[in-house]
Design a protein around this ligand. Structure first.
Ligand SMILES: Nc1ncnc2c1ncn2[C@@H]1O[C@H](COP(=O)(O)OP(=O)(O)O)[C@@H](O)[C@H]1O
Ligand SMILES: [Mg+2]
Length: 492
């Protein structure tokens, strides 16, 4: 049975067969009882007939009416016929000798009665003797008939009881069997579904990226395949999303970089002009100084271009040790050009904090968060980027509203980074959705809704977690927890 449908069909048939079996059994039982009841009726008919015989006998003795004598004779004949026809019924109830006695008594009775009827009324003494002989024979007949009837009644009663008992037993057995089949069936059907559910949960929690279940059921197999296909498709789509978001950030960076490059270029240009004008007059020391400046500024420009290229290049996830302060400073430099004059960006990051991560991706995290903060500030305010190192014990006692932050890396030493702005904040009904892909409150063309989604993905990729808190009108803070570079903390 390699499909759920077959299993269920099998269960139906099994229960159906049981019910048919029980019905047949009950039917046969019923037929048996019917037979016994019919036999019982015949026996009691015989008994009734013997009583009638005695009744007409008594009447005849009293009134001497020939009609009574005829009735009596007719009942005697009927009793003899009944005994003859239902010999089997009688012999099953009593011994053959007793039946023989009965038959003889009947025959004797019939004979004596005939004799009595033929006798003239005058012979009183002879008549009395005959009467008593007849009564004796009649009594014998009734006694034996009654005896047989009693046995028959008893037998019918006990067999009824037996049938009732066996019917109850078989109904109980049927119910138990139906329950057992139901149990087995539901286990057979439910087990693969349960496994599938567990497997899907594992996928949802990110513990696994494909569902696989050891089930041979055709439906489950095709469902699993379809689900895995969807998962693959989702992963592919997600990669596309992340990529498109990255392209958008690249646009932002480009304008920042252009701005950034302006400084060294104008420095170089100024130095060159001075050199051209004073090539002959200036002393060699001054000229050397200018050339050194040109060299330095060229280096600066090269660095800027290099970090842009670094960011733009599509790379596999690469873990390296990164000084956090440097990483943040470099990222901020990219967007310096976009920071309005009335916005202050303050960083407070201990110089010795090092994290283990992918530089490009982490830069993207800071870039997206700072960009959002800038957009929330609407031209004026403050952005604070702070980082602290937290030990395992401290990490556990994170504030209640960041429960899930506490769940992430509670056993390790972590770095907690906070990016806070005093912008317009996020309304509480919006807060739970900000990490969803394509969720944006910004105008069409301004926000893609992918920034925080990508941030979330990257932080997860690093084994960290992120949470947001916000008070509308006052500002927003994002809290990130990332594993520290262990080599540096001496925990390895
Ligand atoms: N620092 C912040 N202050 C206020 N709102 C924010 C902040 N960061 C994110 N948001 C809200 O979260 C939404 C989603 O952000 P994001 O994923 O970066 O998409 P986008 O910036 O394209 O709208 C934003 O539209 C905004 O409403
Ligand atoms: Mg954004």
């Amino acid at each position: 049975m390699d499909s759920l449908r077959q299993k269920i069909t099998f269960g139906y048939y099994a229960i159906g067969a049981l019910i048919v079996g029980l019905s047949l059994f009950a039917f046969v039982e019923l037929r048996l009882i019917e037979g016994k009841v019919l036999a019982g009726e015949r026996i009691s008919e015989f008994f009734d007939t013997t009583l009638e015989i005695r009744r007409f006998e008594k009447n005849y003795f009293l009134y001497r009416q020939s009609a009574d004598a005829e009735e009596n004779a007719a009942y005697v004949a009927r009793a003899q016929r009944l005994l003859q026809d239902n010999f089997a019924d009688f012999s099953s109830l009593t011994e053959a000798a007793r039946i023989a006695v009965l038959r003889d008594a009947l025959a004797r009775y019939s004979r004596l009665m005939a004799e009595y009827v033929r006798m003239p009324v005058s012979g009183a003494a002879q008549g009395d003797a005959l009467e008593s002989l007849i009564r004796k024979a009649g009594k014998e007949v009734v006694t034996i008939a009654e005896e047989i009837a009693r046995v028959e009644r008893k037998r019918l009663q006990s067999s009824l009881e037996r049938h009732r008992y066996s019917l109850i037993v078989s109904i109980v057995v049927l119910i138990l069997l139906v329950i057992a089949i139901g149990q087995v069936l539901s286990r057979m059907v439910a087990r693969p579904l349960k496994q599938m559910e567990e497997s899907m949960e594992a996928v949802a929690n990110g513990r696994r990226d494909q569902i696989d279940i050891p089930s041979a059921d055709r439906e489950i197999v095709s469902l699993t395949n379809a689900f895995n296909h969807v998962l693959q498709e989702l992963e592919l789509r997600q990669k596309h999303l992340v990529r498109s978001e990255k392209l958008a950030s690249l646009g932002t960076l480009l304008s920042g970089v252009a701005h950034e490059l302006n400084n060294p270029l104008s420095n170089i240009s100024t130095s060159c002009q001075i050199l051209i004008e004073e090539l002959e007059s200036a002393d060699p020391e001054f000229k050397r100084e200018l050339l050194a400046q040109i060299d330095e500024q060229t280096g600066r420009a090269r660095n800027i271009v290099r970090s842009l290229l670094d960011f733009a290049r599509d790379r596999e996830f690469k873990r390296e040790t990164l000084p956090l302060a440097g990483l943040v400073a470099e990222t901020l430099r990219f967007i310096k050009g976009q920071v309005p004059s009335r916005v202050a960006v303050v960083t407070d990051i201990p110089a010795d904090i090092e994290i283990l991560g992918d530089k490009q991706r982490l830069q993207q995290v800071f870039l997206n968060l700072v960009k959002n903060a800038l957009e929330a500030l609407e031209g004026a305010g403050e952005i604070v980027i702070r980082a602290v190192r937290r030990g395992a014990a401290q990490a556990e006692e994170a504030p209640g509203r960041f429960k899930f932050l506490a769940q992430c890396n509670p056993a390790e030493e972590v770095v907690e980074i906070e990016i806070r702005d005093n912008g317009h904040g996020i309304p509480p009904e919006v807060l739970p959705r900000i990490f969803d892909p394509f969720f944006t409150t910004k105008d069409v063309g301004k926000g893609s809704g992918l920034g925080l989604f990508v941030v979330y993905e990257i932080i997860e990729e690093h084994g960290g977690c992120i949470a947001a808190e916000s008070e509308p009108g006052k500002g927003t803070a994002f809290h990130i927890r990332l594993p520290l570079n262990k080599a540096e903390t001496g925990l390895t």
